[in-house]
Structures are given as C-alpha cells and as structure tokens.
Design a protein around this ligand. Structure first.
Ligand code: IPE
Ligand code: IPE
Ligand code: MG
Length: 238
C-alpha cells in the first residue's frame, strides 16, 4: 500500500504509434520508430523523478496477430533500441528486467535482451520492466502452472505473487495509457488491482517530459483509500 505522493511503480500502455504515422501519411513502422524516441526520453526522466519501477508495455501476446512485416519491424526496433541505449542505461544505473514469454521473442533481440539484463543486473537505480510478449492472463496462467509443478497445495495472495513474472516488482500505483483508449488490454492484471488510472489523448510518440509531469501531478492529487475511509488514511490506521 503506497500512500506517498510519488508513485513507486508507474506502468505505461504506450499506444497510438499507428495513428501518429497515419496522420502523417507514413507507414505504421515510422510511428513505432517515433515511439522508440519517446521511450528514450521518458526512461531517464522517470528515473530522474524518483520512480523506482517503470513498466512499459512494448508488445502484447495479442500483438503477434498483427501483419508479419509489422511484427518483424517491431522486433528490429527492439534490437536497435538495445544497441542504442545500452550505454545510457548503464550510465543511469538502470536495471532491465523483462516480463512476458521471452522465449517467443526472435533470437537476435532475445540475445541482446538477455545480455542487457545480465549486464544491468547489479544496477541499483530505477528498474525498467519491459513487457514483451506479455499478457496479464498468460502471467497468471504461467504462475498457476509453476505452482502445479511444485509441491504447494494452497496459496494466499502474498504467496501467489511470488510466482508472477519478476515477483520483486510491487503493485502498480499509476497506470498511464496514451492515445485516448480507455482499456487495460490485458496489461498487468494482478498488479493493477488498486492502481490509479490516467488516460490521455496524446499519442505515444508525442508523449514527453511535460506530459509525464501532468500524469504525476494528477496522481499526487488522488485520494487513495484501499477500501478504507479518508479519516482512517489521514490517521495512518494501516
Ligand atoms: C502501440 O501503438 C504500439 C504497439 C502496440 C506495439 P499501436 O501500434 O497500437 O498504435 P495504434 O493504436 O494503431 O494507433
Ligand atoms: C496495447 O496496445 C499493447 C501495447 C501498447 C504494446 P494495443 O494497441 O495492442 O491494444 P488494443 O488492441 O487497441 O486494445
Ligand atoms: Mg494500439
């Protein structure tokens, strides 16, 4: 339960790349490239703002259904992102983790990701959680299958979370979704249970430091109650 004015964990559904490109009569892949530039700006900025965990929805289990060229283009952009950002990630002391079925990611970006995860493992700044081939339902199903294979006969909420992807990552405090869509699209179902939701019409490639500040300010003004009353929260009865 995080009652601080700064969220501990921010998750972002980076949506609207295709529409950004369409508005400019460009192929969708140009929108994804522009989206990568927005990621490059937001990651160090989030670290600077004191965010401890940042989860970015980069590719969903459902996104495999997109045209082959688009999927291939996205995987190339992922490789490019790692090559380009490697040094900056290390300089900023950022630790990279991946949530999702990494084994489904093509070999070139997968090898680069595994290397980046290993090299950044000891970094103690922000944790950047890249959701790749990620589905909230798959995460829960994968957790259940791990439990079935163990000798555990019963779970509670706090023991169940140990089987999710990267169990050290806490619940989401603030979820941001760009592009005006107001849905979760199978993102972090378990950890979003009590998240504050922030929707903006800004398309992901246009999202910048100023827009991120708007979301953080909005969050700082929310009253989080976790089922209790304002009075209990004010008294600190937790
Ligand atoms: C988000 O942008 C990026 C991914 C899903 C990979 P979209 O590609 O979904 O953009 P729109 O929704 O078509 O505008
Ligand atoms: C969600 O966006 C997935 C990512 C941002 C990676 P989509 O564009 O795939 O979501 P829907 O299909 O419109 O709900
Ligand atoms: Mg979309």
């Amino acid at each position: 339960m995080n009652l601080n004015k700064t969220p501990l964990h921010v998750a972002i559904i980076m949506d609207g790349n295709g529409r950004w490109a369409k508005k400019r009569n460009l192929p969708r892949i140009f929108g994804h490239k522009a989206g990568m530039n927005a990621v490059e700006k937001i990651v160090p900025y989030a670290a600077k703002k004191g965010i401890k965990y940042l989860s970015l929805f980069a590719f969903s289990t459902e996104n495999w259904l997109r045209p082959k060229e688009e999927v291939e283009g996205l995987m190339e952009i992922l490789s490019e992102f790692i090559d380009k950002e490697f040094n900056k990630i290390m300089e900023n002391n950022i630790k990279i983790v991946v949530s999702g079925r990494l084994e489904q990611i093509p070999e070139i970006p997968r090898t680069k990701l595994l290397n980046l995860m290993e090299k950044s493992e000891k970094n103690r700044g922000m944790v950047l959680n890249l959701a790749l081939s990620y589905g909230g339902r798959s995460e829960i199903v994968d957790a259940v299958n791990k439990i079935i294979k163990s000798d555990i006969k019963e779970v509670q909420e706090d023991s169940f979370v140990k089987y999710l992807y990267n169990p050290e990552i806490p619940d989401v405090d603030l979820l941001i979704r760009t592009s005006g869509e107001m849905r979760i699209s199978n993102f972090m179902l378990w950890r979003l249970a009590y998240a504050e939701l922030y929707f903006t019409d800004v398309l992901w490639p246009d999202f910048n430091e100023e827009e991120f500040d708007k979301a953080l300010n909005d969050y700082a003004n929310r009253s989080r109650r976790f089922g209790m009353t304002d009075e209990q929260i004010e008294r600190g009865d937790i």
